[in-house]
Design a protein around this ligand. Structure first.
Ligand code: SDX
Length: 431
C-alpha cells in the first residue's frame, strides 16, 4: 500500500516537510507531527485539542457528525437494548463479547472484589457530612493504592488486570459509602447474590432496620445508563487518566485523577448542573429568558447538558436516555414530572433557535440522565458519582490499552511562551 503523505511548506524559507498520514479503520486521517519540531522547527498549537489525536485506540469510536458511538464496533443502541453493564465491561476490557460461562466467571470475579478494607471506612470520617460526594470519591479512591500492593506493578499484566477488576468492583461500594456517610447512616456491605447495579442500589438505600427490595425496573434503568456512560474515547477525564498513567503512576491514583477531571461542570459535572439549571428556570414561561442568557456572550450562563466537542448531531446516548425517562417516570416518578416536561420544552425551543442550530448544539448524555437519577431517588450531588462508577470501566480499559503499548512514553505537551524575555534580577532596594 503506498505511503500517504501531506507536504507542508514554510512560505518564509521555502523549506518543505512531508508528514506521514495515519489512517485508522474509521474516522478522519491524522498527520504524524511527532518529528515536526526536530525536523522543521515548529510546534503545533491546539489548545483544547480540537484537532489533535493524542493516541491510537481500538476501544471506542465516535462519529460526531452522524451521532454514532461504537464500543469495539458494536453500536451503543444495540448494546443498550441487548447487553448488560458487566458484559459491556468485559467487552471494553477484552475487546470481544464474552461467552456465557466467561460472563458468569467475570461477574463472579467482580463480586469477589466488592468489599473494601475495613480501615478504609475510617477515611470517610475525615470529611464533614456535607462534603460533596465527589470530594470523598477522589480521596478514598486515591487511597486504594495504600492497600492493594499486589496490583500496583503496572508492568505485570496480572497486576494490571487485578487492579482493573478491583476498581470496577469497588467503585459502587465506595460511592455508596460516600452517600451513606453524607446521611450519617451506617455503611451497608455489598451482597454477592445481587447484580452490579442491584448491589449499588442495595448499598445506597438499605438500612439495617428495614428490608430493602431492589426494584428490577430501577436496576435495569441504572444498568442501561451505566452502559451508555462506560466509555467515550479521549474525553477530558480519560485523557487525564492516560496522561497520569503515562508517567507510570499506579492505576488507583490514575482513576482518582479521572474522577477529579470528570467533576467539572463542563464534563461529567454537567448532569448535576442540568438539574440545578432546570430548578433555576423553574417553569416553561422562563425558558426564553434563559435561552437569551445562554446566547449572551457577556453572560457566563450556558445551557447545561447542551453542546459537545465531538457530537455536532444529537448525542445517541441522550436519545436513548430520553426514551427511558418515560418508563422510569411511569414507574417511579410522575409521568408528567414538571422537570421532564421542562427539559423537553427547553430542548424543543433551543433546537428551533438559530444560535443553537448554527453551532450544532444538541442535548448531550447529561441532559436527561439526571431526570432518571432523581426519579430513582438518587440525590443531585450523587449524579456525577454515578457517572464516575460507569466511566471507571472505560478509564481502566483505556489505561490498560496505553500501558500495554510497546513504545508507551510519558505524555509531555509543549507550549507557546508569551511571558517576559530574559531579564536580570533587581535587588529589593532598587525596586
Ligand atoms: C460530557 O468529551 C466527551 O466525550 C464528554 C462526554 C463523555 O461521555 O465523556 O460526552 C460527557 O462531558 C458531555 C458534555 C457535558 N457538558 C455540558 O453539557 C456543559 C455545557 N456545554 C458546554 O460547556 C460545551 O458545549 C462543551 C464544554 C460541552 C463543549 O465545549 P467546546 O467544544 O469547547 O465548545 P465551545 O465552547 O467552543 O462552543 C462553541 C460555540 C461557542 O459560541 P461561539 O464562541 O462560537 O459564539 O457554542 C457555544 C459557545 O459559546 N456553546 C454554548 C454551549 N455550548 C457551546 N452556548 C450556550 N450553551 C452551551 N451549552
Amino acid at each position: 500500500m503506498t505511503r500517504k503523505t501531506v507536504t507542508i511548506t514554510d512560505n518564509a524559507t521555502g523549506k518543505s516537510m512531508e508528514l506521514e498520514v495515519h489512517e485508522g479503520t474509521l474516522g478522519p486521517p491524522a498527520l504524524d507531527i511527532s518529528n515536526l519540531y526536530r525536523d522543521f522547527g515548529y510546534l503545533t498549537y491546539d489548545p483544547g485539542f480540537q484537532s489533535t489525536a493524542s493516541c491510537s485506540s481500538g476501544i471506542t469510536f465516535i462519529d460526531g457528525d452522524e451521532g454514532v458511538l461504537l464500543y469495539h464496533g458494536y453500536p451503543i443502541e444495540q448494546l443498550a437494548a441487548k447487553s448488560s453493564f458487566l458484559e459491556v465491561a468485559f467487552l471494553l476490557l477484552y475487546s470481544r463479547l464474552p461467552r456465557q460461562q466467561e460472563l458468569e466467571a467475570f461477574a463472579a470475579k467482580i463480586s469477589k472484589h466488592t468489599m473494601i478494607k475495613e480501615s478504609l471506612r475510617g477515611f470517610y470520617k475525615g470529611f464533614y457530612h456535607d462534603a460533596h460526594p465527589m470530594a470523598s470519591m477522589v480521596g478514598v479512591v486515591g487511597s486504594l493504592s495504600a492497600f492493594y500492593h499486589d496490583s500496583t506493578d503496572i508492568h505485570d499484566p496480572a497486576h494490571r488486570e487485578l487492579a482493573a477488576l478491583r476498581m470496577i468492583a469497588k467503585m459502587p461500594t465506595i460511592a455508596a459509602g460516600c452517600y451513606k456517610y453524607s446521611l450519617g447512616e451506617p455503611f451497608i456491605y455489598p451482597r454477592n447474590d445481587l447484580s452490579y447495579c442491584g448491589n449499588l442500589l442495595h448499598m445506597m438505600f438499605s438500612l439495617p432496620s428495614a428490608e430493602y427490595q431492589v426494584d428490577p425496573v430501577a436496576e435495569k434503568a441504572l444498568d442501561m445508563i451505566f452502559i451508555l456512560h462506560a466509555d467515550h474515547e479521549q474525553n477530558a477525564s480519560t485523557a487525564t487518566v492516560r496522561l497520569a498513567g503515562s508517567s507510570g503512576a499506579n492505576p488507583f491514583a490514575c482513576i482518582s485523577s479521572g474522577i477529579t477531571a470528570l467533576w467539572g461542570p463542563a464534563h461529567g459535572g454537567a448532569n448535576e448542573a442540568v438539574l440545578l439549571m432546570l430548578d433555576e428556570i423553574g417553569e416553561v414561561k422562563n425558558i426564553p429568558r434563559y435561552i437569551d442568557k445562554a446566547k449572551d456572550k457577556n453572560d457566563p450562563f450556558r445551557l447545561m447538558g447542551f453542546g459537545h466537542r465531538v457530537y455536532k448531531n444529537y448525542d445517541p446516548r441522550a436519545a436513548i436516555i430520553r426514551d427511558m425517562c418515560y418508563q422510569v417516570l411511569e414507574k417511579f416518578g410522575d409521568a408528567d414530572d414538571p422537570m421532564f416536561e421542562l427539559a423537553m420544552r427547553l430542548e424543543e425551543i433551543a433546537l428551533q433557535d438559530e444560535y443553537f442550530i448554527e453551532r450544532k448544539l444538541y442535548p448531550n448524555v447529561d441532559f436527561y440522565s439526571g431526570i432518571i437519577y432523581k426519579a430513582l431517588g438518587i440525590p443531585v450531588n450523587m449524579f456525577t458519582v454515578m457517572f464516575a462508577i460507569a466511566r471507571t470501566v472505560g478509564w481502566v480499559a483505556q489505561w490498560m490499552e496505553m500501558i500495554a503499548e510497546p513504545n508507551q512514553r510519558i505524555g509531555r505537551p509543549r507550549q507557546v511562551y508569551i511571558g517576559e524575555k530574559r531579564r536580570d534580577y533587581v535587588p529589593l532596594e532598587e525596586r
